[in-house]
Design a protein around this ligand. Structure first.
Ligand SMILES: [Zn+2]
Length: 281
């Protein structure tokens, strides 16, 4: 309890997130009365707690964080080809969805009998079903025969998803990285993981975590880093009406979360956390 570990990289990240997310941000992801998993600030605080604990443990065991994690992960099973299928069996009532769109149009004072709107309920319902149906794919992995142990990063992967609070899109780019363990993964699969999870009613924070967790659990790498930058149409088209503002979220696992140098390398390659020192560090 008396030990205080100050990690400047964690503070840099917190400051970066603080800068990236406007204080007046009305995003439903941080709405006070709406469900959400965590805030970026809570996550960074949590990461720092974990880091402090890890450093204390390492002092006892005289191991670097990297070595300790590699040691812990040695016993994990090595996945090879994992079929990623829709997460649960949601039933879609297409006729019900079309009727509901027609009811919404009527409630908004629109004439669904007009020639222009006659087929709109079908088109809207079909579009939502398509946007909310994840496509199955196989997470193909290969033995890391070359023993590659440096960061693998795919930058600027475009994505779009649907905000679960307004049913409006948010879209942007993702940066997805991992530190290989015993297996490596086809690079296009990193984008497929994101696309698979984005076809859902989402909040950006949860999507970021889900991408990191899926890779962490099914690839068993030494570390995972995911940064999402997205513009939310529910901010741009309504409410505050801000266009061009981007929300940044990150999720770090394994060595990238616990080892300051690995994390700094990842954030530098992504372009995060390179803004220099901040007051208090
Ligand atoms: Zn929204």
């Amino acid at each position: 309890m008396a030990t205080t570990t100050v990690d400047t990289n964690a503070i840099d990240l917190a400051a970066y997130v603080a800068r990236a997310v406007e204080p007046s941000d009305p995003s439903p992801a941080v709405g006070a009365d709406e469900p959400r998993d965590f805030s970026p600030f809570e996550r960074v605080a949590d990461g720092r707690r974990a880091l402090s604990a890890a450093v204390r443990a390492d002092e006892r065991r005289d191991l670097l964080p990297t070595e300790r994690l590699a040691d812990e992960r040695r016993d994990l099973p090595s996945p090879e080809h994992l079929a990623v299928v829709p997460r649960d069996e949601r039933t879609v009532d297409l006729a019900g969805a079309r009727a509901a769109v027609a009811a919404l149009l009527t409630a908004l004072g629109r004439d669904t009998g007009s020639e222009h709107l006659a087929d709109t309920p079908r088109r809207v319902a079909d579009a939502y079903v398509e946007m909310l149906t994840p496509r199955p794919f196989t997470l193909t992995t290969f033995p890391n025969d070359e023993g590659y142990d440096e960061l693998v990063l795919v930058r600027d992967v475009p994505f779009h998803s649907l905000c679960e609070h307004h049913l409006l899109p948010f879209h942007g780019v993702a940066h997805i990285a991992y530190l290989p363990g015993e297996r490596i993964v086809g690079l296009s699969k990193l984008a497929r993981v994101l696309e698979h999870l984005a076809r859902d009613l989402q909040v950006q924070e949860r999507l970021t975590q889900q991408v990191a967790d899926l890779l962490d659990q099914h690839l068993a790498p030494r570390g995972v880093g995911v940064v999402l930058e997205a513009e939310h149409m529910c901010m741009a088209l309504r409410g505050v009406g801000v266009t061009g503002s981007r929300t940044v979220t990150s999720a770090l696992r394994g060595v990238l979360r616990e080892d300051a140098r690995s994390r700094a390398e990842f954030l530098a390659l992504v372009g995060v956390g390179t803004g220099g020192r901040h007051p208090g560090t």
